[in-house]
Design a protein around this ligand. Structure first.
Ligand code: GLU
Length: 301
């Protein structure tokens, strides 16, 4: 495993075609695209890392996986009255379907759906309390108290979050937000601004795997369903492409991170800030494609 990770980092790390960093969040536009890291956490407790695996990055939409687990913990299946479970085929921040489908977002991983999820785990608490709860969940999953929110990134996104504000107001217009758009957006941007390293993210992802050696923070049904949503919706309108090329459930973020689950086996995190046209890490996706081919791991047998 260590040799494979070293080889992937050595081949992909220096590649000149790396995509472009997300520049609609000014703090993310400053990130050096010449970085690549990868980490894998296995059932025996071992962790293997390569490249910049100990450099913190903004997990952005990967946070939606933890937020979904938290929201389901709060309201259970009632969540599905307010958000769907179908791939959207649209970009992550699209407002198109929200109009047509009367304020019910297609799934919890596109931004509109994630705003509903954030609204759900906020419930009646303050953003500080709700984010504290989320951080406790992530830290427990990773078994690492050193995971924090990057307030500069949160502020930077909030100042330019016009599309997300539009989505939140749209949801509110359809009565699908319980908290004010300002409160939901403030919480959402801080949730997305959690910084983690590949090592921390790989460890945190273990709660999505069943088996001895993996922490049990979710029921089996819930874990399976989150994995199913990661497979079908985890890469926005690039989800089909990711399933085709990698064959494992994953969730990407515009910070360039991807969390991938190999059911029963391992949690894998890869990070490279340059994005492809879907807003998913270009080299991260390629690394996972190579990794899946070389290990033979796939949910499709
Ligand atoms: N905070 C980002 C946004 O809402 C997350 C998007 C992503 O990582 O895909 O635009």
């Amino acid at each position: 495993m260590q040799d494979l990770l070293d080889e992937i980092a050595a081949t992909l790390g220096p590649r000149p075609d790396r995509g472009s960093v997300a520049d609609y969040i000014p703090e993310l536009a400053k990130i050096d695209p010449q970085q690549f890291g990868m980490a894998i956490a296995l059932a025996d407790g071992s962790v293997h890392v390569a490249g910049d695996a100990d450099t913190p990055f903004s997990i952005q939409s990967v946070s939606k996986v933890f937020a979904l687990a938290l929201a389901l913990g709060k309201v259970g299946d009632q969540l599905w009255r307010r958000v769907g479970r179908e791939p959207s085929g649209q970009s992550f921040n699209s407002i198109l379907l929200l109009e047509r489908e009367e304020g019910i977002p297609r799934n919890p991983f596109i931004n509109a759906g994630a705003l509903v999820t954030t609204d759900t785990y906020l419930a009646l608490s303050s953003p500080r309390e709700a984010l504290g709860h989320l951080l406790r969940f992530v830290r427990a999953a990773a078994d690492d108290e050193g995971i924090h929110i990057n307030h500069d990134v949160a502020r930077s996104e909030l100042e330019t979050a016009h599309r997300n504000f539009a989505l939140a107001h749209y949801l509110a217009a359809f009565d699908n937000l319980h908290n004010s758009p300002d409160k939901v957006l403030g919480t959402y941007c801080h949730q997305c601004a959690i910084d983690m390293t590949c090592r921390q993210l790989a460890l945190a992802g273990r709660f999505l795997i069943e088996g001895a050696g993996f922490p049990r923070l979710l029921s089996r049904d819930r874990r399976r369903r989150i994995n199913a949503l990661m497979m079908t919706c985890g890469h926005y309108d690039g989800s089909g492409d990711f399933a085709f090329r990698v064959g494992l459930p994953g969730k990407s973020g515009v910070g360039g991170g991807i969390l991938v689950i190999a059911p029963g086996r391992a949690s894998i995190a890869v990070w490279s800030p340059g994005l492809n046209r879907y807003g998913n890490s270009l080299l991260g996706t390629e690394a996972m494609e190579v990794f899946a081919r070389r290990t033979g791991w796939s949910v499709f047998g």
